[in-house]
Design a protein around this ligand. Structure first.
Ligand SMILES: Cc1ncc(C[n+]2csc(CCOP(=O)(O)OP(=O)(O)O)c2C)c(N)n1
Length: 334
């Protein structure tokens, strides 16, 4: 049972194991997806979160299970951390009918109403207005809970970002905005596109309490998320976190990644969030080196089972392909 009552992180052995387990699941799941992509089992767009795992895991640890999450097309990690079964996420990657979005969404549109995981979103900044709407609905119905919205720093250049922050602040809505600042929006470096590279400063302009934190440290992320979520739950209005992080892989599988220096990537890899946390936990004697191997073995089994599930699953029958597709002609015939 998740402990969301504290506004501080308590690194018990169980919680430490859980954080490491979640980050390892995400890392290995995505590495497997790369393999499956090259075998053309997974097709279409594939955006990897490798290197950024600490942000999703740290923030989602601080959320209650009924607190909605809205994410981007780089959302496999968020879905897994929220608790969507890995097999349903993998089947969705394959486009199979047992996938969490019934195979209609694929990598960029992982969705589960059952888990209040209200979607990946292919539109940059598209999730922010949705999150504000969800929080407004909760407020109007007197439901006290947070809606959490993840997005990249590229979103901060969009009008939707500013409109969403403005309304959330004006209407005092319970939203936690989480900017995953990985320094690049596709091939566009933040430093080459924005006069003020501080994203958290933009939230301040709207009167929203904000913090910029180390997104490579799962403990720092969880601590900031707990502070923010508790403030939102206390009715203090929206909060904003800018997690400074880095994607170790290219923007997507189609990106040759020619716009950044290899040395920069290597320097960030030295701050790998999974390795850093595992080493720290062992050196602090919270975990034993064997714990890491046990997690790896368990995760490998989970991945094998997820792949087997996706492989065995059916494709949607061709005659069902127009189900849920609304055409003007069909509307007129109703
Ligand atoms: C409104 C809109 N404009 C452009 C695109 C094309 N596009 C896809 S991803 C992306 C970069 C977004 O970068 P960022 O928000 O920093 O997220 P990251 O990919 O780094 O996680 C762009 C411009 C889009 N999907 N939506």
């Amino acid at each position: 049972m998740k402990n969301i009552a504290n506004d501080r992180v308590h690194l018990t052995r169980d919680h430490t194991l859980e954080l490491l387990n979640q980050m390892t699941r995400i890392r290995r799941f995505e590495e497997k997806c790369v393999e499956l992509y090259t075998q053309e089992k997974i097709r279409g767009f594939l955006h990897l979160y490798i290197g950024e795992e600490a942000t999703a895991v740290g923030v989602i640890s601080a959320l209650a299970e009924d607190e909605a999450i809205v994410a981007t097309y780089r959302e496999h990690g968020h879905a897994l951390a929220r608790g969507l079964p890995m097999e349903e996420v993998m089947a969705e990657m394959y486009g199979k009918v047992t996938g969490c979005s019934r195979g209609r969404g694929g990598s960029m549109h992982i969705f589960s109403a059952r888990h209040r995981f209200l979607g990946g979103n292919a539109i940059v900044a598209g999730g922010l207005p949705l999150a504000v709407g969800l929080a407004l609905a909760d407020k109007m119905q007197g439901i006290e809970r947070v809606t959490c919205c993840f997005f990249g720093e590229g979103a901060a250049a969009e009008g939707d970002f500013h409109e969403a922050l403005n309304l959330a602040a004006l209407w005092h809505l319970p939203v936690l905005f989480v900017c995953e600042n990985n320094l690049y929006a596709m091939g566009t470096a933040l430093s080459r596109s924005q006069s003020n590279p501080s994203i958290s400063a933009r939230a301040t302009v709207y009167g929203i309490g904000s913090e910029a934190i180390d997104g490579m440290s799962v403990v720092d992320v969880e601590a900031a998320a707990r502070r923010a979520v508790h403030a939102v739950r206390r009715g203090e209005g929206p909060r904003f976190i800018e997690a400074k992080t880095y994607r170790f892989r290219a923007h997507s599988m189609f990106d040759p990644d020619l716009y950044r220096e290899k040395a920069e990537i290597e320097a960030w890899k030295k701050r790998d969030p999974v390795v850093l946390f595992a080493n720290w936990a062992v050196s602090a004697a919270i975990l034993h080196p064997d714990d890491r191997q046990e997690i790896e073995a368990k995760v490998a089994q989970e991945i094998d089972a997820a792949v087997a599930f996706a492989e065995a699953a059916e494709w949607e029958p061709v005659e069902d392909l127009t189900r849920d597709v609304i055409t003007p002609a069909a509307e007129l015939a109703r």
